[in-house]
Design a protein around this ligand. Structure first.
Ligand code: GRF
Length: 193
């Protein structure tokens, strides 16, 4: 079995990236990480990726005259690595339709809510403000609409008395690190379409 070649795009600490890198170290896992890219040169996750011996790049929007030009450069970088699948892991950018359509069916994201609830930012604070009794995370295909693509896997956690956005985020992050590698396994093994 030839492993699918995966790139991860990050903007920050990269804990989901680390979970994917760790999963890919198993001999029977159907994907390998070929590199990590970022829109922030200072993203702490880039150093972690390098420490695993992975190639990295960073691109700044300020280098480009438009969002389309940035996303085209991003696709070119990924094509240089002969990437089969792109995993967004805390990549804090709105992607252009050109980018999402180019990678359609090969581009997935982890979002910290039970989609379609709480698309966008500040999901934990919004769930708490609503008095939600459960909250969670979703791995989904990326389509042009924000956090709108088909769901691959979800995990649910209880909202507990006294929760803050931080305690709730920490409970959900454990689940993110569990379901993201599982979702990538499903995609890379050909179990999804
Ligand atoms: C995670 O909560 C993920 O769901 C969201 O951004 C955060 C990234 O965290 N998309 P990390 O960089 O993977 O630690």
């Amino acid at each position: 079995m030839s492993k699918k070649r995966v790139a991860i795009l990050i903007s920050g600490r990269g804990s989901n990236m680390s979970a994917l890198i760790d999963a890919c170290k198993s001999a029977d896992y159907p994907a390998e990480i070929v590199g990590v890219g970022s829109n922030r040169a200072a993203a702490p996750g880039l150093k972690i990726a390098s420490s695993h011996g992975l190639k990295t790049f960073s691109l700044a929007q300020s280098q480009f005259e438009s969002r389309e030009a940035f996303d085209l450069a991003l696709t070119q970088k990924l094509e240089e690595w002969h990437v089969d699948i792109v995993c967004l892991a805390g990549f804090m950018r709105m992607l252009t339709p050109e980018f999402t359509l180019h990678w359609a069916g090969r581009l997935i994201n982890i979002h910290p809510s039970l989609l379609p609830l709480y698309r966008g930012l500040d999901t934990h604070a919004r769930a708490l403000a609503d008095g939600a009794s459960v909250h969670g995370c979703t791995v989904h295909f990326v389509t042009p609409g924000l956090d709108e693509g088909p769901t691959i896997l979800q995990a649910q956690v209880p909202v507990l008395p006294g929760d803050t956005p931080e305690t709730l985020a920490a409970r959900i992050l454990v689940e993110e690190h569990r379901i993201y590698p599982e979702a990538l396994r499903l995609l890379a093994s050909g179990a999804l379409s």
